[in-house]
Design a protein around this ligand. Sequence first.
Ligand SMILES: NC(=O)c1ccc[n+]([C@@H]2O[C@H](COP(=O)([O-])OP(=O)(O)OC[C@H]3O[C@@H](n4cnc5c(N)ncnc54)[C@H](O)[C@@H]3O)[C@@H](O)[C@H]2O)c1
Ligand SMILES: *[C@@H]1O[C@H](CO)[C@@H](O)[C@H](O)[C@H]1NC(C)=O
Length: 456
Amino acid sequence: MASPPHTSKTLKLERYNSYLRRLHSTKVLNASSKLIFRVTLLIALVLILFFTLNYPPLSDKNPNHAHLHHHNFLSAALFTSSAGGDAWEKQVRHSSTPKKPNGLSVLVTGAAGFVGSHCSIALKKRGDGVLGLDNFNSYYDPSLKRARQKLLLKNQVFIVEGDLNDASLLTKLFDVVPFTHILHLAAQAGVRYAMQNPQSYVSSNIAGFVNLLEVAKTANPQPAIVWASSSSVYGLNTQVPFSELDRTDQPASLYAATKKAGEEIAHTYNHIYGLSLTGLRFFTVYGPWGRPDMAYFFFTKDILQGKPIDVYQTQDKKQVARDFTYIDDVVKGCLGALDTAEKSTGSGGKKKGPAQLRVYNLGNTSPVPVGKLVSILEGLLRTKARKHVIKMPRNGDVPYTHANVTLAYRDFGYKPTTDLATGLRKFVKWYVDYYGIQTRVKKDSDINSEHPEESV
Ligand SMILES: NC(=O)c1ccc[n+]([C@@H]2O[C@H](COP(=O)([O-])OP(=O)(O)OC[C@H]3O[C@@H](n4cnc5c(N)ncnc54)[C@H](O)[C@@H]3O)[C@@H](O)[C@H]2O)c1
Ligand SMILES: *[C@@H]1O[C@H](CO)[C@@H](O)[C@H](O)[C@H]1NC(C)=O
C-alpha cells in the first residue's frame, strides 16, 4: 500500500541526512583541535589551583575538622577522598559499628531530616550502627536540621555533611564501612515547592538516587536498600483505600513523578544488579521535630501568632482529607522493612541471582478532614483559628489520601497505633518547648489528666 510520494520523501530525507553528516564531520575536525587546546589549558589551571589550595596539606588531626565538606567548591570536588583523615574515619567507623551481635550497619541518608533523625535514633537505641548523610540544604530552616544533628550526636550518631550526588564521597564511605543496609530518606520533599524549583526534585530524587544506587551496586558486599517513596504516587487514583496494586501512572505533581520514577529506577537496579530494594510510600507523616513546610506545623505557628490560615476545599466544595501518620508508627515501619529486607544478591557490580523487590504503604488507615485537624489544634492551643476557606489551587495537591496497609502488616507486622489527637498533642508539646513559647497551651499536667477526645 506504499504510495509514491512516500518513497520520494524518504529519498530526500536520506540526502538531507548525509548532508548533515558531512557538515558535522568537518565541524568536528575543527572543533577537536580547539577542544584539545582548551582541555590542556583547563588541566593546567586545575593543577595550579590544586597546589595553591592545598598547601599546607589537609591531613589535619583536629577532630573538629571532621566535616569533610569544605565550603570551597573546588577543594571539595578534588579532595573528598583525602579530606577525611584519621579522626574523621574513626568517627565514621565508631558511629556505624553495631553494639549488639548481628546488629545492622545502616547508612541513613537525610539523617538531619524529620523522618531520618527519628529513625537514626531508634536504630542506635536498639544497638545497630548508624551513619548519617545530609547536605543541610535550606529548603526549610537549616537551624532545625542542626538541632536534630545535635540530638543525634548526643545519641552517638555522626552525620557526614555531603550531597547524594557526590559519588566520590559515597564511595569513600563504603570504602571505610561495609554497610549492611541503606535507609535512603534524603530527598527534595514538598509538593508545592516543585513549581518554584523543579530542578531540585530532579537533582535529589532522581540523579541523587541513581548516584546512590550506582555506588551501592558496586559495593562489596552490596547493601540492602530501604527508601522513601510517597503516597503521592497514587496521584489521580480515585480507588480508596489506596492499595499497592492500584495504578500509579497519573502523578499530579513533579514531586510525585520523581518518586514514581524512583520506583521504576529501583526496579531496574534490582533487575540488572541484584540489589535488594524496598520502597515505602509514606502518608503525611507528622510529629515532634517535624517539617515546617507542612500544614499541621505552620497552622500551629500561625494560630499562635493570630495569623489567618488557608483551609483548602476541593473543587466540588468537599473537605480535603489526609491519612495523617504519626512519626513513631512510621519509624516502626521503617525498622520492620529493614529487618525483613533480604540480602542483595550481586557482587562486583554483577547480578548473581534474583533479589527482593518490594513496595509498601505506610499510612494510618484513617483519613482526617483538614477542618478536624484545625479544631484539634485549636483545642490544644486554646486559641481560635482565623480560618480562611478557599478552593485548593491546582498545584499538585490531591484531595484525599487513605492507605490500605494490609501488605505491611502481613510482612512485618506494621500496625499504626497513634490517632491524630494523640499525635498532635505530642507535637504541640514539642513545638512550644522547642520554640520557647509561653502560651495558654495546655500544660503537661493538664494533658496527662485528661482524655484525648476532650481536647477536640
Ligand atoms: N514527611 C512526610 O509526610 C513524607 C511523606 C511522603 C514521603 N516522604 C519522604 O520521606 C523522606 C523523608 O522526609 P522528611 O519529611 O523527613 O523530609 P526532610 O526534608 O525533613 O528530610 C530530608 C533530608 O534530606 C536532606 N537532603 C535533601 N536532598 C539531599 C541531597 N541531595 N543530598 C543529601 N541530603 C539531602 C535534607 O537536607 C533533609 O534534611 C523523603 O524522601 C520524603 O520525600 C515524606
Ligand atoms: C487491601 O489490600 C489487600 C491486598 O494488599 C486486599 O486484599 C484488600 O482487599 C484491600 N482492602 C480493601 C478494603 O480494599
